[in-house]
Design a protein around this ligand. Structure first.
Ligand code: AN0
Ligand code: CP
Length: 317
């Protein structure tokens, strides 16, 4: 594997999940692979899980790991070419990226959608410059349009908890006070569409996601109908994708919050969320604290998805 930005990079998805579950059984079995290799993790945005789990994954593989927070101590970076740099930006991304590439063997990048220019976001302007100019294999740690390490961990978790061959998995929009990217729901849809599940997406009108991610998934605008018979409820907020509302909040309707009443409509479903989650906006205290909530094992699987991806990249260096 040379880059990891979406489900296709994993090839045979069943084989990838199988490999991940094998790694989980003995996560130190490949410690030799990363010897004298350095993983650089570059963050343009905050993180708790991705930072810790990816660093841990690299260490499990015997790698040295370096974390760079661009907004804390690094020079302010200009990202546009042709700009006369007489403002507050000290360094250009076009020098910074190849320099970062000099000090490592693999680079993970977190660069969220900025909601300033839809085309820039959906062309993955920042991530693709790392791929093009770093000279090193690059993987996404949540970029503008996707969070494939999260979705891979989600699929591993569903595989571990499913009680039927083909479970019903419902991705539901839920309210949030701030405009959030579509990266998590995009990647979740990207993966579920390739997995052996009955996949349904529910959201208020106006929150349609990009067709390149939704593909053939069922859309149900009535959340109660969507939840009926669900085996897994995956809640997430996202801001509008479609024009002219790209990046806007259209609703904060708490009728969409996942509550005990909503969960009662399901087939005793498991509750999932990528975290961080705002309680009593996305999900009530009762539901997230219930035995059906698997948000912690889901987060734990981030170490496993990251390790599977980094292992495959190391094997191809
Ligand atoms: C981010 C998002 O929604 O994309 C990260 C989630 C993993 N969430 C927030 O910014 C709260
Ligand atoms: N789920 C996830 O990626 O969490 P962080 O933003 O804390 O890394």
């Amino acid at each position: 594997m040379k880059t990891y930005t979406n489900v296709k990079d994993l090839g045979d998805l069943k084989a990838a999940v199988k490999e991940a579950l094998e790694i989980k059984k003995n996560r130190y079995a490949y410690k030799h692979l990363g010897e004298n290799k350095t993983l650089l993790m570059v963050f343009f945005n905050s993180s708790l899980r991705t930072r810790l789990s990816t660093q841990k994954a690299g260490m499990n593989l015997g790698m040295n790991t370096i974390v760079l927070d661009i907004n804390q101590g690094a020079w302010k970076l200009e990202t546009e070419r042709g700009v006369i740099m007489d403002g507050d930006k000290t360094e250009h991304l076009l020098e910074a990226i190849p320099v970062m590439g000099c000090y490592c063997d693999i680079i993970g990048v977190r660069a969220f959608a900025q909601f300033e220019n839809k085309q820039d976001d959906y062309e993955e302007k920042i991530l693709n410059q790392f791929i093009k100019y770093s000279g090193k294999p690059v993987f996404s740690m949540e970029a503008a349009t996707g969070h494939p390490l999260q979705a891979f961990a989600d699929l591993i978790t569903i595989e571990e908890y499913k009680k039927t061959e083909r479970p019903k998995v419902v991705l539901t929009w839920a309210p949030h006070p701030k405009a959030l990217p579509q990266a998590v729901p995009n990647s979740f849809a990207d993966f579920m569409n390739e997995a052996d599940v009955d996949f349904v997406i529910t959201h208020p009108e106006g929150y349609e996601l990009g067709s390149q991610f939704v593909r053939g998934a069922k859309i149900e605008y009535d959340q109660d109908k969507a939840l009926a018979g669900a085996d897994f409820v995956y809640a997430k907020n996202w801001a509008a994708y479609t024009d002219p509302n790209y990046g806007k909040i259209l609703s904060k309707d708490r009728a969409w919050t996942i509550s005990t009443e909503k969960m009662a409509l399901t087939n005793n479903a498991y509750f999932m969320h990528c975290l961080p989650v705002r309680r009593n906006m996305i999900v009530t205290d009762e539901v997230i604290e219930s035995p059906q909530s698997i948000v912690i094992p889901e987060a734990a699987n981030r170490e496993i998805s990251a390790q599977t991806v980094i292992k495959r990249i190391l094997e191809n260096l």
